[in-house]
Write a protein that binds this ligand. Structure first.
Ligand code: SAJ
Length: 401
């Protein structure tokens, strides 16, 4: 069996590698020639534990090859980003471009799968596109939607062990897709239709966003009430049916901070709670930036000099190098703009250099700063000795007690 993966990003590359490791001949396609070159040398362009070794192995064995162009295969998978436009409308142009580029290669019995997070109805739209250009394939190829669910940092394990939801445009397509995934997935493969599978992905991430918004709202209330929110949540969670998530400096990444908009854009009147959760999680980052700015002003008034401020963390969550949609990056930018870049030390231990931010070693920044702002709960920060003589703004629970 030969499979063509359209997109070698955070999901496409690991999935292509795992499929290749399970004996499938894989051609990985990316528009970025650097990604293609690196992959062909057995090197990965993302940070993911254990993936480098596997990539080297499957490239050497000849099971994975990368290219800028798709090749004739038995299975085609679309694993490209689905960003949103300025007005939070989903942008499925990458999915469409990837689909268009494989349409000329499709032949009888082929399987076409979309994995990219997509608004409800995208699989039907791509199906119409395929059959409008290749009407002779109607009823002769299989088309399904199968979202990924892996957590960055644990991708290799989750790709194999997570359950998957598989929705075909008809029962035959669902069965065909199940046949493909059962070659490398040990989790249960749940059958449904394409629309439900699309909505299922959006539901999973929106559910998490709503739950985090609840924790973030509690953090605002507790700040005003003078209550330690971490202790409060820990105690509330002692109830057998209460499971509150953790507040933070906002919600980031390219999934939870994006996918709910795919629902709100299409169903604005029905999705009030989902929209409000997005607002609360975005507001939390703004609120954190204001807290930092106020602390800086207070310090200046009390000490008659500008403070040195350490912004601890830029990633969108702990112990990763991914800065996409990062609230920490937003807060740091806002604080730097308000202070004309003066006296702000930016720290991100998981990134070596950054084109916008000049990075400072985290220990050095921690020593030098008057005000320490914990934005991301990286493991390195938790090991720092506590400093009683500094102003600490802990937005991510480094010191829960
Ligand atoms: N966060 C909190 N409090 C929490 C948990 C998370 O503030 O208690 C924040 C994080 O700091 C981060 C954001 O939420 O900024 C998202 O982080 P995450 O760990 O919740 O999720 P992602 O974006 O890394 O991965 C999610 C996962 N989805 C769910 O858990 C429902 C993953 O399984 C999906 O595969 C992934 O989105 C995706 O690709 O859609």
């Amino acid at each position: 069996m030969k499979a063509c993966f359209m997109g070698l990003g955070y999901i496409g590359l690991p999935t292509a590698i795992i499929a290749a490791e399970h004996g499938i001949k894989v051609i990985g396609v990316d528009i970025n020639p650097q990604v293609v070159d690196m992959t062909n040398q057995g090197l990965i362009h993302i940070v993911e534990p254990g993936l480098q070794e596997l990539c080297g192995k499957v490239v050497t064995s000849g099971h994975l090859k990368a290219s800028v162009k798709p090749e004739t295969s038995d299975v085609y998978l679309v694993v490209v980003p689905t960003p949103f436009k300025g007005n939070h409308e989903p942008d499925i142009s990458y999915v469409e471009t990837a689909t268009r580029s494989v349409i000329p290669l499709l032949k009888e019995n082929d399987l076409f799968i979309i994995e990219s997070t997509s608004p409800v109805g995208t699989t039907d739209k791509m199906t119409d596109l395929i059959f409008s250009l290749r009407p002779e394939l109607k009823g002769k190829i299989y088309i399904a939607y199968c979202p990924e669910r892996v957590l960055p940092g644990n991708v290799i394990y989750e790709l194999v062990h997570n359950d998957r939801v598989i929705g075909g445009i008809n029962p035959e397509s669902t069965e065909k897709a199940i046949g493909f995934y059962s070659r490398f997935v040990k989790g249960t493969l749940h059958k449904t239709n394409a629309k439900t599978a699309e909505m299922c992905k959006l539901t999973e991430n929106s559910s998490r966003d709503v739950q985090i918004a609840f924790a973030n709202e509690l953090s605002l209330i507790c700040d005003k009430a003078g209550i330690n929110v971490w202790e409060l949540i820990e105690l509330a969670n002692k109830h057998p049916r209460v499971h509150i998530l953790q507040p933070g400096s906002g919600v980031g990444g390219h999934c939870i901070a994006v996918d709910p908009y795919f629902i709100t854009a299409e169903f604005p009147y029905e999705s009030q709670l989902i929209a409000k959760a997005r607002e609360i999680n975005n507001y939390k980052a703004f609120w954190c930036a204001e807290k930092v700015e106020n602390a800086m002003l207070k310090f200046e008034l009390e000490h008659n000099r500008k403070p040195v401020v350490a912004m601890m963390g830029l990633a969108f969550k702990p112990d990763i190098d991914d800065l996409r949609e990062s609230p920490a990056k937003y807060i740091t930018t806002k604080v730097m703009q308000s202070r004309n870049n003066a006296d702000i030390l930016v720290v991100e231990p998981n990134v070596r250099e950054h084109k916008i931010f000049k990075l400072t070693n985290y220990k050095e920044a921690y020593e030098k700063a008057d005000i320490i702002v914990f934005l991301v709960a990286h493991k390195e920060f938790k090991e720092l000795p506590r400093k009683e003589n500094k102003v600490i703004l802990d937005f991510c629970g480094i010191y829960k007690k």
